[in-house]
Structures are given as C-alpha cells and as structure tokens.
Design a protein around this ligand. Structure first.
Ligand SMILES: [Zn+2]
Length: 265
C-alpha cells in the first residue's frame, strides 16, 4: 500500500491507557506496528490508573507498565503505598513523576514531597525514573544529583545545553518527541544535533504533544515514525542508524529485550 521503510522503534512514553484511545486502541496499535513500532512504555499518572495500565500491559506483551504519581495531579499520602505495591509487581520504571512549576494545580511543596518519595522508591526497587520537568529542570537536576544510583529519562526535555550535559553526566537520558517537529524549536533541534545519539529516547507522549501539522488532533504511537523522519533531517546519520540507536537506548535504560525483526504488516 505504501513504500514506508520501517525500522523497529519503541515509543518510550505513551499514555495508551487514556480514555481518548477507548474503542480504537487495537486499530491504532496495528497502525503503529505497520510503521515499525514494536514496543510501548505506558507511564501511569496516579493511583486511579495503576490497575488499568497493569491490565492493558498484561494483555499485550509488547506494552510495558510504569507507575507513579504525576506532579500535575492531587495525590494522597497512602497512594505512595499503593505505588510501592505496583512497583514491586511488574514495573519497568517509576514514572511519570517529577515537578511542574507551570501548572498551579499542586503547590510546590506537595510536588517536592511526592517527587522525593518516588526517587526513594526508584532507589529501593532499583528502577529507572521517567521524569516530567516543566520550568523545573534545575530543581530536578539538583534532586537527582543528591542521590546515588538514580538513572532514568527526563521526558520531553526542554532545558539548556548545559542542563542537558549535566543530566547526561548524572546517568540520565533525554526524551525527544513532538516538540522537535516544530521548526521554531531551535534550541531543542540544536541540542539534538550536538549531543551524542546515545542521549536520546524517542517518545510521543500520546495523546498529548501532537506533531507539527497535526495540531488539535489526538497524538498516537504510529506518529513516532514521523519523529524519526524529522530526526533524520536534522542529523547526518541514516534512518536505520538513528532508529537502531534509539531502540538500543530504550532497551538499555528500561532493561527491555529487543524483539525479533518483524515483517511489516
Ligand atoms: Zn506523559
């Protein structure tokens, strides 16, 4: 039907449990498979969706669960116990947690409390962390620098070159998604061109962060192949090299096994 050359890809950050996907999840997954997406990481955002994320991932072995309390939502202290119980079962990461100083829905002290508690859980279970940092990259870097044996990804990275280099030196990777597709994203594009490829994980953050040209639409995991296209326009490496490096980065951070090469559907 089309001539897309597909390369195996992992969407390292996709909220595929969200209700926007109800009734079309399988169809969108087939669409994603058709453009090379092999695996998804589904980060939960609060106690209310832990069981749902777990159930979905039990039904589909190429989907992997992460659990955490997202900084934009309200949580109870007991939610940390529930989180700990889920992390002990089948989590591949603690995520999505972090600090969001743009949103006013949660005060900073509360956010800092939950973030610190979740970094401790990540240390305890020796799991990588998927971090959300909006207008809080500096605070996030300070928090992870204070702890030993923390690794993970700063999702949808929006910091400076100097902050990116510090994140890398602390054993973190950087999430690269829809914002890169906007020509006005000069700083992010320049970071992507200058940092080593080993720094980056591809992610959609679906259903959020639609790509350039798709504003107002629900983002979904098949769109990740368009991110690979943008990446190839910005770097000198081939699509195959870029895809292989992104794939390897996700596998390495989250302890995933590469699947066998698949024929396009
Ligand atoms: Zn997210």
């Amino acid at each position: 039907m089309n001539n897309i050359n597909t390369y195996p890809l992992i969407d390292s950050h996709c909220h595929f449990d969200f209700p926007q996907f109800d009734g079309k999840r399988q169809q969108l997954w087939q669409q994603a498979r058709a453009v090379g997406v092999e695996q998804l990481i589904i980060p939960a955002i609060g106690q209310a969706n832990f069981a749902r994320v777990q159930r979905l991932c039990q039904q589909q072995k190429h989907w992997h669960p992460a659990y955490a309390l997202h900084p934009m939502f309200t949580h109870q202290r007991e939610d940390l116990q529930s989180l700990s119980a889920f992390l002990e079962q089948d989590a591949i990461a603690v995520g999505e947690c972090g600090l969001d100083y743009v949103s006013n829905s949660q005060d900073k002290k509360q956010q800092q409390y939950y973030f610190a508690a979740q970094l401790e859980l990540a240390q305890h279970y020796q799991l990588p962390v998927i971090i959300h940092a909006r207008k809080a990259v500096e605070e996030v870097l300070l928090a992870i620098a204070q702890r030993a044996n923390i690794r993970g990804v700063i999702h949808s990275f929006s910091g400076s070159l100097q902050q990116a280099e510090r994140a890398l030196s602390l054993g973190f990777k950087l999430g690269l998604g829809g914002p890169m597709s906007y020509p006005r994203a000069k700083r992010l594009r320049s970071l992507f061109q200058h940092l080593p490829l080993s720094a980056w994980l591809l992610e959609t953050d679906a259903p959020d962060q639609p790509l350039h040209g798709y504003q107002g639409q629900i983002n979904h995991p098949a769109q990740i192949h368009l991110l690979l296209e943008t990446a190839a326009q910005l770097r000198s490496e081939s699509r195959a090299e870029l895809a292989a490096q992104f794939y390897q980065n996700s596998c390495q951070l989250f302890g995933l096994e590469p699947l066998q090469p698949q024929a396009p559907i």
